[in-house]
Write a protein that binds this ligand. Structure first.
Ligand code: G3P
Ligand code: CA
Length: 251
């Protein structure tokens, strides 16, 4: 059985403020196979890396990203809330993260945060940027807003997509196929061997979130999920090496 890819959720967000360059650098230092991040569009059309639609929770600023320009967003401190050592971290642009990972082999999971706010044309902007950095083969686009996945496939049928959802679907691989998606991105709690088998039969990958406890990481790796999305990539990498040995190379 192949080992799962370990994705750092919002970067190594157990150790650094989520969705900041500090968290992405930490993920690379820890040897994560990939990073997961969230994108929105600013008022002036920039791809902004942030989880929430507003800045209140993760910066010392406030307001909706859709109503703010890049210049306004960049005034705020996105690190102090997490700890003193992170004072001055800015809310990143997607292209800054691509600058960081482009020279590496790291995989990228871009979650398009359409839904509460609808950002017109965000899919094309994301795909254009990924193409500019020649990262198409290392990227998977996911979203809870599945229209964004359909739109992404219309723009580029070769770009990989992953269907984000929480739980409880019957034969979700059928739905993934209908959307021409490459992967399911479910919450991890209900994933079992039968689920993995169903996905395997249909050629659908499983990248599951947000797996922070070693016991869950081990169980999921043991039944053969393709990806584990975690705030603690170091813990997951250690687990993978225990299960598969140090030679567990990423395919
Ligand atoms: O992509 C997995 C996970 O990030 C989805 O939930 O709320 O952390 O963006 P959330
Ligand atoms: Ca996310």
């Amino acid at each position: 059985m192949e080992r799962p890819h370990i994705f750092a959720h919002r970067g190594a967000s157990g150790y650094a403020p989520e969705n900041t360059m500090a968290a992405f650098r930490k993920a690379l230092e820890m040897g994560a196979d990939g990073i997961e991040l969230d994108v929105h569009l600013s008022k002036d059309g920039h791809l902004i890396v942030c989880h929430d639609e507003t800045l209140q929770r993760t910066t010392d600023g406030m307001g909706w990203i859709k109503d703010l320009t890049l210049e306004e967003i960049r005034k705020y401190d996105g690190g102090s809330w997490f700890g003193e050592g992170f004072q001055g971290e800015k809310v990143p642009l997607l292209e800054e993260v691509l600058d960081l990972i482009q020279p590496t082999k790291v995989l990228l999971n871009v979650e398009i945060k359409n839904g509460i706010v609808i950002y017109p044309g965000i899919e094309r902007r994301v795909i254009n940027l990924i193409r500019r950095y020649a990262l198409e083969e290392r990227t998977i686009i996911s979203s809870f807003y599945h229209h964004s996945l359909v739109e992404s496939k219309k723009i580029d049928p070769l770009i990989k997509t992953g269907v984000l959802y929480v739980a409880g679907w019957v034969e979700p691989w059928e739905y993934a196929r209908k959307l021409q998606a490459d992967a399911l991105h479910p919450a991890y709690h209900n994933i079992d061997a039968a689920f993995v088998e169903g996905c395997r039969t249909y050629g659908i990958e499983i990248n599951t979130y947000t797996v922070n406890e070693e016991i869950d990481m081990k169980r999921l790796a043991g039944i053969g999920v393709t990806g584990i999305i975690t705030n603690y990539p170091d813990k997951a990498i250690c687990m993978v090496h225990q299960l598969h040995g140090n030679a567990a190379e990423i395919k």
